[in-house]
Design a protein around this ligand. Sequence first.
Ligand SMILES: C[S@@+](CC[C@H](N)C(=O)[O-])C[C@H]1O[C@@H](n2cnc3c(N)ncnc32)[C@H](O)[C@@H]1O
Length: 473
Amino acid sequence: MNQNRPRRSSRPKQSRPPRRREGPSRPPADDPARLAALDTLRAVRERDAYANLALPALLNQRRISGRDAALATELTYGACRAQGLLDAIIAECSARSLTDVDPVLLDALRLGTYQLLRTRIPAHAAVAATVDLVRGQVGSKLAGFANAVLRRVGELDEQQWIERLAPDRATDPVGHLALRYAHPRWVARAFSDALGTTGEELEAVLAADDARPAVHLVARPGEISADELAAITGGDPAPYSPYGVHLDPGSGDPGELEPVREGFASVQDEGSQLTALALTKVELDGDDARWLDLCAGPGGKAKLLGSLATLDGGTLDAVEQAEHRAALVRNSTEGLSVNVHITDGRSPDLTPGFDRVLVDAPCTGLGALRRRPEARWRRGPEDVAELTRLQRELLLSAIGLTRSGGVVAYVVCSPHLSETEGVVADVVRRTGAQPLDARQYFPDVPDLGQGPHVQLWPHRHGTDAMFCALLRV
Ligand SMILES: C[S@@+](CC[C@H](N)C(=O)[O-])C[C@H]1O[C@@H](n2cnc3c(N)ncnc32)[C@H](O)[C@@H]1O
């Protein structure tokens, strides 16, 4: 046990989180919200479930709604996001190493610690409810352990824990900010490398991953305008994409909106829209009727590109390796001039000579961490090498399938330099493809840096951190 652990007698009087609201001194015996949160954390850990899919399904199945659903959602998503910080604090308060703690007990401790540090639930209620949960789900033998750990956690507030546990900001700014904003160090390092700073902008992008993002819709070209879509949905036209609409994060399930149900609109990050649109804006000499999306599933960009190609009398070939994802592409592009191929984009049996090709390659997804609560803890730095190999191979294939004078857009939802500039530089060296200044194809989007490639950022643009390089073949 760490010698520096705070003793209860030394607790400063003001150490409690300041914003507690009054609440029941004991949680109700039946606690569906916390049980749903615990079961979701377990599904995320054991089955690699996505919290934002598993929790709504579970709430629905158990008919949990209203305040219980809201509490379950806050606790689940909050504990998923903050996991690294919560674990560091729990480890400091636990006599056992976390690897020796029963995994369900650890999930419950994460929920309890989250309640103590980041909610206004009274400390005694947070501890009692978690201990009851442990007693019911893990067994009464471990309830005392949970109680002891959480009482120690409650001796300091979040700020004080960070001061105690985080590396010194002056000597290790990345390590400090990684713990403060609950990101793995390698992710904070990747953001820092891409931004070229360890200062305020790094802090801003890490903080942006914890903000609830607006829901972005895309209007289907030729069917509905962004203004009409905004009027119907009560949203606002997006600042940069002519097809985009932003909805308030709390405005309910966008899948229930009529234009989405009818197929006139879809959920799509504005950054994704902008990268697909950039490909369509590059000037071409000669033919412009054969477009290709080499990594199309689940079909967001294929729908946008397919709509534009169809309006112009062209076609889009959409390649996807995974069968179930190809089915999603087929579904989302129904009625458009889109041909879906289930095949490996590195060696598809397609006739070369495409005019415009999109490679929206599989990636670490570090650019969309705000949309998936558990995502930042799921990938590791060891994933990068394999992904960059695949990205390079797909981009080389795309260039081979493009006619001379045609254009390729290489897109990833990650700012990791190995996945972005590294892949592009390597392929340009091998093929002689000519990088274009992509910034000119993102009209009116500010803060695009030195070019030639475009890196969007949540804290600058309100989009996912999408990267886009445009290469003339
Ligand atoms: C980033 S996602 C594409 C997102 C899509 N463009 C959209 O906007 O909805 C990458 C896709 O590439 C697919 N993929 C992975 N390896 C592939 C390969 N070798 N050939 C073709 N598709 C592949 C994955 O299954 C995944 O659906």
